[in-house]
Design a protein around this ligand. Structure first.
Ligand code: NAD
Length: 349
């Protein structure tokens, strides 16, 4: 049995909290990577993992990613992430969510939650009955907050355009070919924004009906999920799950750019080196996909409105350009440059 401290993804996390509520059946992990810049903020993922060790690894990796993401987005928040271990049917009961809200409350504000995969705004409302350390709640009017997906999609769209400018010489997206893996909240929003600019789209989803319906609506092409990573295009935008960039998939890529919204796209740090060696421009995921956390963080902090969220999301391309410029100047990969910048910001240089 390996201790949490000895896991490869343990990175001096400030706390890894395991919760079990016998009455409701809740089993959950809240990982706090860093509170150097403020309360650890990051969503809750409800997922069926093959085993508990995989769930802990996911919480460790995702919480570190949130430290980096929040720091690079200029937010006064640290990094944390919660994982609820679901059964094979992803059962989610009122009692479980209430127990999870009490678990967050027990940390006294060190961790602030919001939606991630498997959780929605109704769950956040239920959690808010138990604790005030929650964001991503429905908001009215022009207030910041609510569903993070559209803001994440907007940031990814702007980042894809910046990548096109850097690698293809222009951010005019008409006629540029973008392949999108996963067309849910983020990938679907991205596809709609790109379609308005005349971008040629090839899309795939493990739910083939979803990809086909969107392709028909936007005038793109739907391909099988198994084929999207080998589609010949200008840009690949991974917007499904993480760890899709491996030695094997990178060798088979037929694009000049990888820029998408999925968290933790590189299976290992070496995979950033592999992309670089192939001359493929990479947009570090926690930089390009920060739109949603900017939105829910401003909601939590009670700062600003939609216009302020958009103004901050609009700074994402500039951050990417800074990273690519330093990568070009130093020869380091974009992924390593971004990690170094983020580590310096949280006092871990
Ligand atoms: P979502 O559940 O709405 O959409 C994900 C889509 O990907 C679904 O349609 C799913 O069927 C599809 N999919 C899953 N595996 C696939 C595969 N192997 N091939 C093709 N399609 C596949 O989720 P989302 O909110 O759009 O998030 C997508 C990614 O972006 C996740 O990695 C998430 O962590 C990340 N992200 C989301 C946000 C946000 O604001 N929603 C913010 C930051 C990062």
């Amino acid at each position: 049995m390996v201790a949490v401290w000895d896991l490869a993804d343990f990175d001096d996390h400030e706390g890894v909290h395991l919760f079990r509520d016998r009455d409701s059946g809740l089993t959950a992990i809240i990982a706090i990577h860093s509170t150097a810049l403020g309360p650890a903020a990051g969503g809750t993922r409800l997922w069926h993992y093959p085993n508990r060790a995989d769930a802990i690894t996911d919480a460790l990796r995702l919480s570190r990613g949130m430290s980096y993401k929040n720091a690079m987005a200029g937010l006064p928040m640290g990094g944390g992430k919660a994982v609820i271990l679901a059964d094979a049917n992803a059962t989610k009961t009122t009692e479980m969510i209430a127990a999870f809200g009490r678990a967050i409350e027990s940390l006294g504000g060190k961790y602030v939650t919001a939606e991630d995969v498997g959780m929605n705004d109704a769950d956040m409302v239920a959690i808010a009955r138990e604790t005030k350390f929650v964001s991503g709640l429905p908001v009215g009017g022009n207030a910041a907050g609510g569903d993070p997906g559209p803001y994440t999609a907007r940031g990814v769209f702007l980042g894809v355009k910046a990548a096109a400018k850097h690698a293809l010489g222009s951010d005019d997206m008409s006629g540029v070919h973008v392949a999108i893996q996963g067309v849910g909240s983020v990938g679907g929003g991205l596809a709609r924004l790109l379609a308005k600019e005349g971008t040629k789209l090839t899309i795939a989803d493990v739910s083939p009906g979803r990809a086909k319906a969107l392709a028909d609506e936007l005038g793109g092409t739907a391909v099988a999920a198994a084929d999207i990573l080998t589609t010949q295009a200008d840009i690949l935008s991974p917007c499904a799950l993480g760890a899709i960039l491996t030695a094997e998939t990178i060798a088979a890529l037929r694009v000049q750019v990888v820029a998408g919204g999925a968290n933790n796209q590189l299976a290992t740090p070496d995979d950033g080196d592999r992309l670089h060696a192939r001359g493929i421009l990479f947009a570090p995921d926690y930089v390009i996909n920060a739109g949603g956390i900017i939105n829910v963080a401003l909601e939590y902090l009670g700062q600003g409105d939609r216009a302020e969220v958009e103004a901050r999301v609009d700074r994402i391309p500039g951050r990417l350009e800074t990273i690519w410029a330093e990568s070009a100047a130093t020869g380091d990969t974009a992924a390593r440059v971004a990690d170094r910048m983020a580590q310096a910001l949280i006092g871990r240089a």
